[in-house]
Design a protein around this ligand. Structure first.
Ligand code: SF4
Length: 392
């Protein structure tokens, strides 16, 4: 029995945990004491995060649709990859852009290499099943107004802010961990106000010109459905002139499981909306896969070393806890195999090598590596749109 460090990805808070494993199965979970956000706690979902075995839905071998239109197990990965490349070529000859369906649980390394495969090898579009519409819209609105497709500040600002505004009380449902920070802020004397919408938020901010720092938190699932609403929140935050200062920040929180922030960072921003995919990737079977021409199994997040990005841009490394089923690869490695079969000289052998390339290519990730993420509790990707005490 051993405990291995990891990251809970059931919401965007990014709490750290230890999973107890016998090498084959995960048998328990414990919180990580020193983590600056979760501080030795997990919420009720986090405590159950190891109970995710779903053997009936697990995919363990590639499936290929035959000429009669029936999905059948492929005789080998080689046959399934050849079949995929043939179908992609046929679609492109007909002027159809092939679609790839992938789950929101992909790691940063998986998402980066899948995006590269789709763009540079297959000429395909990637659709993410489970990408949260409210979070996606929130990040686009923040990008339009503040120039950053992510939170301003770190969740630790909630421990230092003089004034904390929470849009509606959904926070307690989505992240009891962040709600705990809000309660502690009130105890240490910060002004904490729950507001129900934009007019109330504007009123509160008008009353607080003298506050040295202001943090605003909202659950994107609820407020991000209308991009206009988040634009208004971002404009109000910007007018305080405090964004970027110590103790200040603007925090949209992803409520839906998965690597929501990381996949948006990797450029995978299209939600699945019923397009027939030529290729579907997944660890677990979903009804949306049914129409795909080729289906590949991939490793679960606990079965491969990989990084994930929380809603405050903290990038954290999560080592493999257990082995995947025989023959099942992490999505990034599968993408590299498909690219090689298509004649590309991709030479990725380790997830760290994929991360090194994405750190060169993805804005904000420059300077990060698996080695830097392994020290402490990860690192935040950087943005330059806001400088301390300035509005962009
Ligand atoms: S708050 Fe979110 S990240 Fe933290 S333990 Fe709960 S579900 Fe997991």
């Amino acid at each position: 029995m051993s405990y291995k460090a990891g990251v809970c990805v059931l919401c965007g808070t990014g709490c750290a945990h230890f999973l107890r494993t016998d090498g084959e199965r995960v048998t328990g979970v414990a919180p990580s004491l020193g983590h600056p956000v979760s501080e030795g706690k997990l919420c009720h979902r986090g405590w159950r995060s190891h109970r995710t075995e779903d053997r009936e839905r697990r995919i363990t071998a590639p499936l290929l649709r035959d000429r009669e239109g029936v999905l059948r197990p492929a005789s080998s990965y080689d046959e399934a990859i050849s079949g995929l490349l043939e179908r992609v070529a046929e679609l492109r000859k007909q002027g159809i852009v092939p679609g790839i369906l992938a789950p929101a649980s992909l790691s940063n390394e998986d998402g980066y290499l899948l995006g590269k495969l789709a763009r540079t090898v297959l000429g395909a579009r990637v659709f993410i099943e489970g990408l949260e519409p409210g979070y996606l819209e929130s990040l686009e609105a923040l990008h339009e107004i503040l120039g950053v497709r992510g939170a301003i500040g770190r969740f630790e600002e909630l421990d230092r802010c003089a004034c904390l505004l929470v849009l509606e009380n959904e926070l307690a449902r989505v992240s009891p961990i962040l709600e705990g920070k809000v309660r502690r802020a009130a105890k240490r004397g910060a002004r904490v106000v729950y507001v129900s919408g934009i007019p109330e938020l504007a009123d509160e901010l008008r009353r607080l010109p003298e506050a040295s720092s202001v943090a605003i938190v909202f659950v994107a699932e609820e407020f991000g459905r209308e991009r206009e609403t988040v634009r208004a929140i971002a404009q109000l935050a910007q007018r305080t002139g405090k964004m970027g200062r110590d103790g200040s920040g603007l925090f949209p929180l992803a409520a839906t499981p998965g690597n929501q922030q990381g996949l948006v960072d990797m450029g995978l921003r299209e939600r699945f909306a019923g397009t027939v995919p030529v290729l579907a990737l997944g660890a677990l079977w979903t009804p949306s896969m049914e129409q795909a021409e080729v289906i590949f199994p991939i490793a679960k997040s606990i079965e491969a070393e990989a990084s994930f990005t929380a809603s405050d841009r903290r990038v954290q490394l999560s080592p493999a806890k257990v082995r995947p089923p025989a023959g099942v690869l992490p999505a990034w490695r599968l993408c590299a195999e498909i690219a090689r079969k298509a004649g590309q000289g991709w030479s990725f052998e380790q997830a760290s090598g994929v991360f090194d390339e994405l750190a060169r290519e993805v804005p904000g990730y420059s300077g990060l590596s698996h080695a830097t993420l392994a020290r402490g509790f990860g690192a935040h990707w950087q943005h330059t749109a806001l400088r301390e005490g300035q509005t962009p």
